[in-house]
Design a protein around this ligand. Sequence first.
Ligand code: NDP
Length: 281
Amino acid sequence: MREPIPTVALPSGIQVPALGQGTWNMGENAATARDEIASLKTGLDLGMTLIDTAEMYADGGSEEIVAKAIEGRRDEVFLVSKVYPANASRKGAVAACERSLKRLNTDRIDLYLLHWRGNYPLEETVEAFEGLKAAGKIEAWGVSNFDVADMDELLSVPNGGNVAANQVLYNLSRRGIEYDLLPWCQERSIPIMAYSPIEQGRLLHHPELIRVAKTYQATPAQVALAFLLERDGVIAIPKSSNPQRIEENRDSVDIDITDEDWAVLDAAFPPPSRKKSLDML
Ligand code: NDP
């Protein structure tokens, strides 16, 4: 029996799984579409019901894959998509959202994020997001790749305080946010969505991570995910187009790392001792 996936509360009170599914690179190639859809469905069956996509991924192709994976089970899913900064104007964001809804074959997106900061004033993007919320096209909105200064600025614009999440690069080898952004968000109950939680696979070759994982009969990916699951208000969104790896990632929930081994991992992947600007991929 697997342990249930822990949940994280959004500011609205809605609970979402702390372990979801990413979809970057899905929808690029017709030959792999079946595996991608099967993987996402496997994840849904295992409770990884938060799915993260973006209009950018495969130029909308990823959203189309997601549509096929969630067909007939929309209500089980917490759907996250993102608008390109270049589309994040008052009118542009509304039009982009409509296109995403069409590709996703749904009438609403649960969380709609500004993918990264662009040239449109935050006021304008927030106004567009609030309009989409009022129209029932999105349930909540958030941001991505925002550092503390961006978050401060966001909170200063009208309705900016309605931000429901910040999606940033966070994993064992990218701990910079622990210095300031993570506590800043935790104090305000704004969840962090950790993207590239296994550093796109690069993390998995680290000898110390391999060694610790072996002592738990676990894989390096599972320990890397357990590291994120250990933190309050953090949602990890690993991507895999392989159903077996989805199961492996799901089983990260069952690993209980001892304090001694967390200390070993801290030595191998030191937490930040000073401010570093936010990493992005
Ligand atoms: P991840 O850290 O999730 O790594 C994905 C890679 O790791 C894939 O190549 C996958 O291959 C492989 N993989 C997954 N599970 C395992 C495993 N158990 N063992 C070995 N290899 C594994 O990187 P992503 O960059 O994809 O990040 C996750 C999601 O975050 C994205 O898909 C996207 O939704 C989001 N994201 C958001 C960004 C933003 O700017 N907001 C930027 C980057 C990502 P395979 O599929 O073959 O299993």
